[in-house]
Design a protein around this ligand. Structure first.
Ligand SMILES: Nc1ncnc2c1ncn2[C@@H]1O[C@H](COP(=O)(O)OP(=O)(O)OP(=O)(O)O)[C@@H](O)[C@H]1O
Length: 501
């Protein structure tokens, strides 16, 4: 499609290198007014880098970026950028300010004069209630630092929606949202694009959501545009995956390698882990992959119990040889309970330490040694290979890797560590379609070696594909039921979790 006066932005021939690494090699990208535009590509393709250059957070080497107003007249770069809001993969909120203050902040930056608390609260309430009225009513004056990851995500999205921007760039906005919140967000986006001409760029690896919300897509592969503004209707899922260069490891069930089966003979009775809450008791045999579904309150409490992080004791976790209560994450790790956090930026990645320390952190804790061993370099390279992570050097910092690749580092931490229990919070967050499939394989392989896997995901389809059983929590955080593999269905999960949109 050609550049038209209805476009809000045109990017042409964008290039960017970090040292010797060429990240963008001539990207073309344009967004029309009033459309939801899916920006697609595998991990490391260059999507976030382009977004950073559009917003001015990173500089370009070459190419042009032109912004236009609703009449089709060109805007200056500064004017154009002032009409762009972005929700990054990693949240950018100020923890010591309240929800209302965080949402009102962009308006202050644009020179609205004195900070008017009541006006800010009104504005924040209006923005938040578009996504969740209850949350808006109870959270306006809470400090952002006290919010959960998914609450923070809603605040960040509300901030973008209320910023007066004409172009909103959403980089994996639904990764921390429940199905209901995602559906509400989509309703708002459809309304705003239709009624106000807002343009939305939507970056996601979740094909189902992309189909639900986007009219048109651009696909980037290895820093180049391989599909430029094509209608979603003209592309099949398989076609999109192929354009992304991921045909060999497609998520499509046909042709995909089968996942290792659930084996009941990989451990003894003493290896059983029992979890118990008021009126609910579950025995987890070694090799089980237990899926956890539902709004965050219930899964979060279970995960805190399993990882030694619970401040109040709600869940009892028992295993032969374990104390009555896992008192700390360190104790849990030493006893063989691993954890991959869903809050990659704040609780997962060690930002100031090189990739090698990030990957080997769990080994060092479980071995009780913080000293770097000679063999560690080779060990780290092997782990990165297993997850197909391409890093220039294991001594680089993790922020030189794309978001999805950083997620793989967190998983690599527990690969090959002999754990009895591995708790995963959204382990495929931000991970591309091809790599997701590889992660499913790895998870099943870990289970096949006797590890109990507990896996919270907001993507019901992946739970149903990989897990042996799924425990569902309702919106109040109560355990609503348990599904065994032979009776799995999305409808049942939706009804148990109370998250039918
Ligand atoms: N500061 C940096 N220094 C060196 N390389 C970098 C830096 N930032 C990004 N890169 C590299 O640029 C490439 C593109 O990264 P980018 O984050 O744009 O990918 P992406 O398409 O957004 O991927 P994802 O889907 O995983 O978020 C990656 O190979 C990454 O390692």
């Amino acid at each position: 499609m050609s550049e038209t006066s209805t476009n809000v932005i045109n990017v042409r021939g964008l290039t960017k290198s970090y040292g010797a690494t060429s990240v963008l090699r001539g990207v073309d990208f344009s967004v029309a007014r009033g459309e939801v535009h899916a920006l697609l590509g595998g991990n490391g393709a260059g999507k976030s880098t382009m977004i950073k250059i559009i917003t001015g957070a990173a500089s370009k080497n070459d190419g042009e970026i032109r912004f236009f107003d609703s009449e089709g007249s060109e805007r200056s770069e500064a004017e154009g950028r002032a009409k762009v809001a972005v929700v990054h993969q990693e949240l950018a909120l100020l923890p010591h300010l309240t929800v209302a203050e965080n949402i009102a902040l962009p308006h202050q930056r644009r020179g609205a004069g004195l900070f008017r608390r009541a006006a800010a609260a009104g504005q924040a309430y209006g923005a938040l209630r578009m996504i969740d009225q209850d949350f808006a009513a109870r959270s306006l004056h809470r400090l952002v630092g006290s919010l959960s990851l998914h609450e923070g995500q809603m605040v960040e999205i509300a901030r973008a929606l209320s910023s007066g921007a004409e172009l909103i760039l959403l980089d994996e906005p639904t990764a921390n949202l429940t199905a209901l919140e995602t559906e509400r967000l989509f309703v708002v986006l459809r309304r705003l694009t239709r009624d106000t001409g807002l343009s939305v760029v939507f970056v996601s690896h979740r094909m189902k959501e992309i189909r639900q919300i986007a009219n048109v897509c651009t696909i980037i592969r290895d820093g180049r545009t391989v599909v430029d503004r094509q209608s979603m209707e003209e592309l099949t899922d398989a076609g999109i995956i192929e354009k992304m260069g991921q045909v060999a490891t497609s998520h499509a069930p046909e042709g995909a390698a089968p996942l290792p089966e659930y084996r009941r003979d990989v451990g003894s009775a003493t290896d059983i882990i029992t979890i118990e809450d008021a009126g609910f008791r579950l025995e987890l045999l070694p090799g089980t992959v237990l899926g956890v579904a539902g709004a965050p309150a219930g899964p979060a409490a279970l995960i805190e119990g399993l990882t030694g992080a619970a401040r109040k004791k709600r869940w009892t976790v028992a295993r032969a040889g374990w104390p009555d209560h896992l008192r700390s994450p360190r104790m849990a790790a030493r006893l063989g309970a691993g954890f991959v956090t869903g809050d990659r930026a704040h609780k997962g990645v060690l930002h100031s330490l090189p990739i090698i320390d990030n990957v080997l952190a769990s080994r060092r804790v479980t071995r009780g040694s913080l000293l770097t061993g000679r063999s560690e370099g080779a060990e780290c390279v092997d782990l990165l290979k297993a997850l197909k992570v391409k890093a220039a050097s294991v001594w680089d910092l993790p922020n030189t890797l794309s978001g999805g690749t950083q997620q793989k580092l967190l998983l690599a931490r527990w690969l090959g560590v002999p754990s009895r229990l591995l708790v995963l919070e959204e382990p495929t967050r931000g991970v591309d379609i091809g790599t997701k499939r590889e992660i499913y394989q790895l998870i099943r392989q870990m289970a096949a070696s006797g590890t109990v896997i507990v896996w919270w995901s907001t993507e019901n389809v992946e739970l149903l594909e990989v897990c042996d059983r799924v425990i569902a929590f309702d919106t109040e955080g109560r355990c609503a039921g348990m599904l065994e593999r032979d009776v799995f269905s999305e409808e049942k999960l939706v009804s148990l979790t109370g998250m039918a949109a």
